[in-house]
Design a protein around this ligand. Structure first.
Ligand code: FAD
Length: 482
């Protein structure tokens, strides 16, 4: 069939569940074609990692939000489930589309699938256009002086800051829809848990979707951004943006987040120090994607091959206690319970909790990465493995192996009044500040007054920090090799 502007354009949504600042959507609109918008739940294609439970919950809510936004404009989101490599060409044929638009993904399985699809569709005479929608810079455009990928954050960041970033654009009020073909029903996908329904606290904590993302961004600009540079390390304060799941699912582009922060800075509503710090954190996300693109096995393979020789012992009892927030270290336990209850954990506590599993438990970082993948609403194909490898010491620009967080010292420094611990570990709430991060040191009358019997209401430490630290140092020393 010859191409014609009367035939519809298909827009394939993936990790970009938004209408604003969506380059694929904008290009389809500019083509003048009527639009058909589709999302495919692909759990079949080779190598695509199935979403974890919390992220499935988020996806279901986010799709409902996108579908509602389209309905408000008189359109419909078409839902299909199966292998995208088969479904998309079939759908294009069924609706007589002659052009397809999508924003790129950066995992190797996703790239392989998209490349094969592009070839199939082009061979049938269809136009396919793809865009960089979810990163500030496409990973292959960022090169070191010698033309290779970056392995260290600071030079990456310096180079990135010299590159232009596009200005985000709003979606037009009206979209020209083509008649939509049949759609599957979202509820048939059972993305949300039912028996048991464990998502109650997730529902209270989050509003997935583009409206929720906008609201979270404005709340951050009006609140947490002030003092972010210091406050971002404090889990007891609401200083960070909580934008990570919105960015993960592309309900907000990093361009929008940066533009809002820069605007606040220019208007004198935010200090340059706070703005710069926030921007640099968004660039850590860019760096993770840069790594994922250039080192596609990041999720399973040590970035630093020296770690292949590391003897993980794994410790099932410690790992079980870690997952349930019952290690006896209040900061770690508060973090793991925050994760279980809300699908999110503060960054400082993620570092401490991950370090505890890896170094105190001598547990392979991949086991922790898997647990976070299943329980985080922001479980991210680049950020999660890159961060776990960073904590383990096997990653790019990683924390040195001898950096073993002391969960007590971290708690006392970053949760000085114990508010974070009291919130998520309520059985310790009545302890005075002095012992909130070290309940096993509290005298018996203090424990009695606080209504705590250690080993009954709250566990004693599952390992002794000093001993565990020593053991980890010795083990890591074996692969040091210098
Ligand atoms: P803010 O401080 O408001 O930062 C703004 C944005 O910058 C974040 O939304 C995020 O997109 C990005 N960002 C911030 N810190 C980092 C960082 N250290 N590395 C990369 N990007 C960052 N982040 C995820 O998005 N998904 C994950 O699966 C994930 N897993 C992690 C696992 C471990 C063990 C650790 C230590 C960190 C992990 N992070 C992950 C990074 C970080 O903890 C979260 O991005 C951050 O806590 C999200 O909260 P926020 O949106 O309030 O962050």
């Amino acid at each position: 069939m010859p191409t014609s502007p009367d035939r519809p354009a298909l827009i394939w949504f993936r990790d970009d569940l938004r209408l604003d600042d969506n380059p694929a959507l904008d290009a389809a609109l500019a083509s003048g074609r009527p639009l058909i918008l589709v999302f495919i739940l692909d759990e079949q294609s080779d190598g695509i990692r199935p979403l974890g439970g919390a992220a499935r919950w988020w996806l279901g809510r986010s799709l409902a939000s996108l579908a509602a936004a389209l309905e408000q404009k008189g359109g419909r989101l078409v839902l299909r489930r199966g292998a995208a490599g088969d479904l998309l060409p079939q759908l294009a044929e069924d609706v007589g589309a002659d052009a397809l638009y999508w924003n790129r993904r950066y995992g190797s399985a996703e790239i392989a699938l998209d490349t094969a699809l592009k070839a199939t569709l082009a061979a049938r005479g269809l136009t396919v256009e793809t865009f960089g929608g979810n990163l500030l810079h496409e990973p292959w455009t960022m090169k070191t002086q010698s033309g290779g990928p970056f392995r260290v954050f600071t030079p990456f960041y310096r180079r990135a800051m010299g590159q232009p970033v596009r200005t985000p654009v709003r979606a037009p009020a009206a979209l020209p829809f083509a008649p939509a073909p049949d759609s599957e029903l979202l509820r048939d996908w059972a993305l949300e848990p039912s028996a048991p329904d464990w998502a109650g606290r997730l529902r209270r904590a989050w509003t997935p979707g583009e409206n929720g993302a906008r609201a979270e961004l404005s709340a951050f600009i009006d609140g947490g951004l002030h003092g972010y540079a210091e406050g971002r390390d404090r889990p007891d304060l609401s200083s960070t943006s909580r934008l990570s799941p919105h960015l993960r699912f592309g309900e907000l582009s990093p361009h929008q987040a940066l533009a809002a922060v820069r605007h606040a800075e220019a208007a004198g509503e935010a200090s340059s120090r706070d703005a710069e710090k926030f921007v640099s954190e968004v660039y850590w996300r860019e760096f993770s994607y840069h790594l994922l693109f250039h080192f596609p096995d990041l999720v399973r393979v040590n970035f630093n091959a020296r770690f292949d020789a590391f003897e993980w012992t794994n410790n099932p009892a410690l790992e079980r206690a870690w997952r349930r927030g019952l290690t006896g270290y209040p900061l770690v336990d508060a973090g793991m319970r925050q994760l279980w209850q809300t699908g999110w954990m503060h960054n400082r506590v993620r570092m401490v909790a991950a370090s505890f599993l890896i170094k105190h438990g001598l547990t392979d970082w991949r086991r922790g990465e898997d647990w976070f993948w299943d329980t985080l609403v922001d479980a991210d194909p680049a950020n999660n493995p890159a961060s776990w490898q960073w904590v383990a010491g096997s990653g790019a620009d990683a924390a040195p192996y001898f950096r073993i967080f002391n969960p007590v010292a971290q708690g006392e420094k970053f949760d000085p009044d114990g508010d974070y611990v009291r919130n998520f570990v309520p059985e310790l709430a009545a302890l005075p500040n002095k012992f909130i991060h070290r309940p096993w040191e509290a005298p018996s009358d203090v424990l009695r007054k606080a209504g705590i019997v250690l080993g009954e209401h709250y566990p004693r430490p599952i390992v002794d920090h000093a001993q565990a630290r020593q053991r980890a140092l010795e083990r890591f020393q074996r692969i040091r090799g210098d």
